[in-house]
Design a protein around this ligand. Structure first.
Ligand SMILES: [Fe+2]
Length: 309
């Protein structure tokens, strides 16, 4: 079911510098799901859409506390424009770094209270019908002006455990279309046949029978998991509309599965866009060890695995 849209769109929205086709059959907005829906309805929607867009999942106040903590850190680290109100998170010319090298504090207690707290844990316990656990690693997104994230599916980064694993994307601030935010390709989670060559890969695996195998094993080369840098060409190939929200609000959450193609809009403002990604699964299922522990190894070279391709 398509919800009615009344939002006036900006002239142009970009992904990796590429203008998106904003016509109604190429671009639209997420279906908004109510958190108090029957659990069967939520599960069916996840099956049908590959995502749940939950408005007001947390209170604004609870998320503001986390935003305050992160903007304080950014300020202390010298990333924010001096003199501008801290909460505006004005860009001062220096990028903060991608998820793996991001200097924000993984152990920040107010952040962990939110993204690993009872509200989200209870949700997943009901949704997955059993005790759940989360990955310990938190993916920070602190995107300054310019390009958003390349288009990808999460499976290629975290598929060594169960694939019944879910990402929660949390905007830590209101996110307008110009500030950017998550975009997903409608119906792409059902394109497993088309995406099989991509989805069967793992970013830390390499082919032992290739000439450059030693470079991969030594960490001199790495595949970054990008499916495409061209949103328009990918849409032509897979079909579906690019979906986002007219404005993400503090307190919203988007939960999505491992095979949904997604990325983000480019940031057309002079402010940082702050968000986190965190992951949840049944505790009884195998887990991808790259993301577990006090200091998860992530994509460290020790995690490289060779196989015959
Ligand atoms: Fe992702």
């Amino acid at each position: 079911m398509i919800q009615p849209q009344t939002t006036i769109l900006p002239k142009c929205l970009f992904t990796l510098g590429q203008p998106l086709d904003l016509s109604q059959d190429r671009f639209g907005f997420f279906y908004e799901t109510k958190i108090d829906e029957e659990i069967g309805v939520l599960r069916q929607r996840m099956k049908d859409d590959g995502y749940l867009y939950l408005r007001n999942f947390w209170s604004r106040e609870a998320v503001q506390v986390v935003r305050d903590s992160l903007t304080s850190q950014l300020d202390r680290l010298g990333f924010l424009r001096p003199g501008a109100p801290r909460d505006e998170a004005r860009f001062d010319g220096r990028e903060v770094g991608r998820a793996m090298g991001n200097p924000l504090d993984q152990r920040d207690p107010v952040l962990r209270d939110l993204v690993f707290g009872p509200q989200i844990t209870d949700f997943f316990q009901t949704f997955l019908a059993g005790p759940v656990r989360h990955f310990d690693f938190i993916w920070f997104r602190t995107k300054g002006p310019g390009y958003g994230s390349p288009l990808h599916c999460d499976l290629v980064y975290m598929g060594r455990g169960t694939h019944d694993l879910y990402t929660t994307w949390v905007p830590l601030g209101d996110v307008s279309l110009e500030l950017g935010g998550l975009i997903v390709l409608e119906g792409s989670h059902k394109k497993g046949d088309r995406l099989k060559p991509y989805l069967s890969r793992d970013v830390d695996d390499y082919c032992t029978n290739r000439d450059d195998a030693a470079d991969y094993a030594a960490g001199k080369r790495w595949w970054d998991g990008t499916l495409s840098k061209n949103a328009v060409a990918l849409q032509k190939s897979l079909g579906g509309r690019w979906l986002t929200a007219p404005e993400f609000r503090m307190g919203d959450a988007v939960i999505f599965n491992m095979t949904l193609v997604h990325g983000s809009l480019d940031n057309q403002t002079d402010r940082f866009r702050l968000s986190t990604d965190t992951r949840y699964q049944l505790a009884s299922q195998p887990i991808d060890e790259r993301w577990v522990g006090d200091q998860p190894p992530g994509h460290a070279v020790t995690q490289r695995r060779g196989r015959v391709c």
